[in-house]
Write a protein that binds this ligand. Structure first.
Ligand SMILES: [Zn+2]
Ligand SMILES: [Zn+2]
Length: 309
């Protein structure tokens, strides 16, 4: 068995263990519903070993990055981003509760209009779920884009979703959670882009699946990580070598090493959970690379893991 299969087997068994271990004493938590970049694993057209193995064995598939928020006392469930894997992610989020079929979440929070983050909305339309007024929270720019462009405009017109505009930087109370959208720099073709800070009754997290370079952010990465207990951060690319033919300066994501260098220097690496990994990222198969990240105090997000809030 090669190192990459050992690692993937570990990921799969960890997910099963997380599902089988029952609810923790906390009644509020976030759950990692996916760890991959927009294209998922297997990645369309890719013949590398990781993707071929995931194609042969569905247990090795990795869903696109998404975060569920659970308040087990009220029963409320929230979802950050609607990925192309939305169907199974909703099943996972709602496991063990009888959710209203046509309103499977109490609120959906979108980061931006790239396919891995909002394409799952299409399943709310009459061709699939025929959803009933699912509250969708988005920045004014993203809400305007959804209202003005098909097929999303039809979801709004037919009240399968109701749009709620959120001003970046302004905290919102939703159930047991305080959620703040934080504007981040990214390739904003159709909308702007945000990450989210989520505070629960006990703990807090930062979720930034997509960002250009941290240096372009109007906020200071170290300050934002210090303000929370856990930071789930863009780990699209491990190093520049995995995307040959492109200069580092053109890569619109922080490399894993850059992120960890900055946060280790500030004594904050132990708060980092890496997420939104491209199928080319060696942290998906290279156990030595994973250990090197863990030696710095950080780690890779695990499908199905719960983060108390
Ligand atoms: Zn993305
Ligand atoms: Zn691939």
């Amino acid at each position: 068995m090669s190192a990459r299969f050992v690692f993937l087997a570990t990921v799969a068994s960890t997910a099963l263990a997380a599902a089988a271990s029952g609810p923790p004493p906390e009644s509020t938590w976030a759950v990692v519903l996916g760890v991959a970049q927009d294209g998922g694993v297997p990645h369309i057209g890719c013949r590398q070993e990781l993707c071929a193995a995931a194609r042969a064995d569905p247990a090795r598939r990795l869903a696109v990055a998404s975060l569920g928020l659970v308040d087990d006392t009220s029963g409320q469930r929230y979802l950050i981003d609607a990925t192309p894997d939305l169907e199974r992610q909703l099943e996972q989020l709602n496991a063990g509760r009888d959710a209203p079929r046509r309103r499977p979440v109490d609120g959906l929070f979108l980061t931006h209009a790239h396919v891995g983050h909002y394409a799952g909305l299409m399943l709310f339309g009459r061709e699939a779920l025929g959803a009933d007024r699912v509250p969708v929270h988005a920045t004014p720019a993203l809400a305007a884009f959804l209202r003005a462009n098909g097929p999303w405009s039809q979801l709004v017109a037919q009240q399968q979703v109701t749009l709620h505009e959120i001003e970046p930087g302004v905290p919102q109370r939703v159930g047991a959670f305080e959620i703040t959208a934080l504007r981040v720099p990214h390739r904003d073709e159709f909308s702007d882009t945000v990450g989210y800070r989520v505070r629960g009754p006990r703990r807090s997290l930062l979720y930034v699946p997509d960002v250009d370079k941290w240096e372009k952010w109007e906020r200071r990465l170290e300050d934002e990580v210090r303000a929370v207990d856990v930071a789930l951060l863009d780990a699209t690319f491990f190093d520049a070598a995995e995307i040959p033919g492109r200069a580092i300066a053109e890569i619109p994501h922080p490399l894993v090493g850059e992120t960890l260098d900055r946060l280790a220097a500030a004594g904050l690496a132990s708060r980092v959970v890496l997420i939104h990994l491209n199928h080319s990222n060696r942290l998906l198969w290279d156990a030595a690379a994973v250990r090197a990240v863990e030696a710095r105090g950080a780690r890779v997000a695990r499908p199905g893991e719960r983060l108390p809030l």
